[in-house]
Design a protein around this ligand. Structure first.
Ligand SMILES: [Zn+2]
Ligand SMILES: [Zn+2]
Length: 135
């Protein structure tokens, strides 16, 4: 491999002199998520196109981010459902699915599940207290 000598000065450079920007479309409207802990920002194209996460793309990203890095990106308020008897733990961005996981887990295992909201408030779901409510 011959070494390149960058001696040519391009005088036709328009205002598109962004460094390292390989953005063929330039009009990607996919939402972005920022994480101040990582100091990065992500576009949710992967979640939308590969995972078909739809309007849950941000939730999907946040859960994956926590799974792989141990923290949540900015502006994410997770609900966690943690079992006290076994390693079962699930993360959600809303209370309803978190409580549903807790109730389902308690229903099947008779374990006690603690659902913690983004403000630290905790609700305990006990298997013995689960009643069948069809609504
Ligand atoms: Zn991060
Ligand atoms: Zn359990």
């Amino acid at each position: 491999m011959a070494l390149e000598s960058p001696s040519v000065v391009d005088e036709n450079s328009d205002l598109e002199a962004d460094t390292g920007g390989s953005n063929p479309q330039g009009a990607n409207m996919d939402p972005t998520v920022r994480c101040s802990t990582c100091g990065r920002e992500w576009q949710l194209t992967y979640e939308l196109e590969e995972l078909h996460a739809g309007n849950r793309a941000i939730e999907q990203f946040a859960l994956d981010h926590h799974r792989h890095t141990g923290h949540y990106p900015d502006n994410v308020s997770p609900w966690t459902a943690t079992c006290r008897a076994c390693p079962a733990e699930e993360l959600y961005l809303e209370e309803r699915p978190a409580m549903r996981f807790g109730r389902t887990h308690a229903r099947h295992t008779d374990h006690e599940v603690v659902v913690t909201g983004p403000d630290g408030e905790q609700e305990t779901v006990e298997g013995a207290h689960v009643t069948h409510t069809d609504r």
